[in-house]
Ligand binder design. Structure first.
Ligand code: MTE
Ligand code: MO
Length: 382
């Protein structure tokens, strides 16, 4: 593979793997703004970044189980109504490094910043599919168990040099309420190469792996996508499964994301100047579920206080129509700590789901979905 034409990247990024390029910002960058700056948005790749230099000729083919397959050009997609959806994209491998500390897991290591919150601009996939004669889906008219497969133009070794791909159920793709986008903008600017220029899927509320970048084709298929990243990766196994006894077909591809949170204003083992500290971080759940509560402890989880929550700065967050349902919620609490402290955060989503206390109990060999209580140890010193 050829990594000689990678795009420039911000020097603050922590590189977890160089080729393919996988990097995350320092965690403090995440809580400096509600919408994550493109430079600080994590980059998760499985091959070299493709180059699309002729936008006029770039097209996406819509094929598969449809009567009239179509080739769509950028102008066709941009002619559809444009939507801006604020959505958090989180890699299933976020916080994998911490899971690996209890028992080694396979995969690129990540601290707590393999996620970001962006305003994605583009056409709704439901509108795009209507152009090829597929009606919108409502709960009253389910679309027959079919799937929509996104195929990229990149090349990755897991697919033996073939493209990255993934699928979602057709009913999700064609339900306007699910806000699935073919996005050409990120935070009001055209997508950059790292994030999928010129066009990517954005599937809010589920693991980042299904938001395929650099789209080449969209296929309507009878069964879910049989690609590596759907069938041999991104599945959640119980702690008893290891590389000798794994049977991939026993588990479904992971889609939804459980409730997650992490402290970003402090690093583990930080030495702080005095005992008055600010504990800031993010909380986010899958499926469009809001964040009901964030609890913070400074004594390792013996006692708790509730943190304040916000999306737009200065406006207290409530999980209702006024909030961005696909986006993270930032939280903040102030505390006065003794000489040493174990700070813990845990979130509760609007379905009353809670985070598991310990990573051991959710350990899985691929190291995905580490949503255990987030802990940082700090010491007051000089
Ligand atoms: N799409 C393509 N074509 N190739 C990839 O390697 N990585 C996926 C997804 N889409 C990937 C892809 C994964 S695992 C994640 S978490 C997100 O893209 C990351 O998106 P980002 O790099 O824009 O943050
Ligand atoms: Mo990912």
């Amino acid at each position: 593979s050829d990594y000689s034409q990678e795009p420039p990247r911000h020097p603050c990024l922590r590189i977890n793997a160089k080729e393919p390029f996988n990097a995350e910002p320092p965690r403090s960058a995440l809580v400096s703004s509600y919408v994550t700056h493109v430079d600080f948005f994590y980059k998760r790749n499985h091959g070299p970044i493709p180059i699309v230099d002729d936008l006029e000729r770039y097209s996406v083919s819509i094929t598969g189980l449809i009567d009239n397959p179509k080739e769509l050009f950028m102008k066709d997609i941009m002619n559809l109504p444009k939507y801006n959806v604020t959505a958090t994209l989180q890699c299933a491998g976020n916080r994998r490094t911490a899971m690996s500390k209890t028992r080694k897991v396979k995969g690129v290591g990540w601290d707590v910043a393999a996620l970001g919150n962006a305003v994605w601009g583009g056409a709704k996939l439901a509108d795009v599919l209507e152009l090829v004669g597929i009606p919108k889906c409502t709960n009253a008219t389910p679309s027959g168990g079919k799937h929509v497969e996104f195929v990229s133009i990149d090349k990755c070794k897991e697919e033996n040099g073939g493209p990255y791909k993934a699928s979602i159920p057709l009913c999700q793709a064609t339900n306007p309420e699910d806000d699935v986008l073919l996005a050409y903008e990120m935070n009001g600017e055209p997508l950059n190469r790292d994030h999928g220029y010129p066009l990517r899927g954005i599937v809010p509320g589920i693991i980042g792996a299904r938001s395929v970048k650099w789209l080449d084709s969209i296929n309507i298929i009878a069964e879910e996508c049989q690609g590596f990243f759907m069938q041999k990766d991104y599945k959640m196994f119980p702690p008893s499964v290891n590389w000798d006894n794994i049977i991939w077909s026993t588990r479904r591809p992971q889609m939804d994301f459980p409730v997650q949170c992490a402290i970003c204003s402090l690093e583990d083992m930080n030495v702080v100047k005095h005992g008055k500290i600010t504990i800031k971080g993010y909380a986010v759940s899958g499926g469009g579920r809001g964040i009901e509560r964030v609890d913070v402890s400074i004594d390792g989880g013996k006692t708790w206080v509730e943190a304040s929550r916000y999306q737009k700065t200065g406006i207290p967050y409530t999980a209702d129509e006024s909030s961005d349902k696909w986006a993270w919620v930032l939280f903040e609490a102030k505390a006065d700590i003794p000489q040493t402290a174990e700070i813990v955060a845990k979130a509760v989503d609007t379905a009353a789901n809670v985070q598991p206390e310990n990573v051991e109990n959710i350990w899985n060999l691929r190291g995905i979905l580490n949503t255990s209580w987030h802990r940082v140890h700090v010491r007051v010193g000089h």
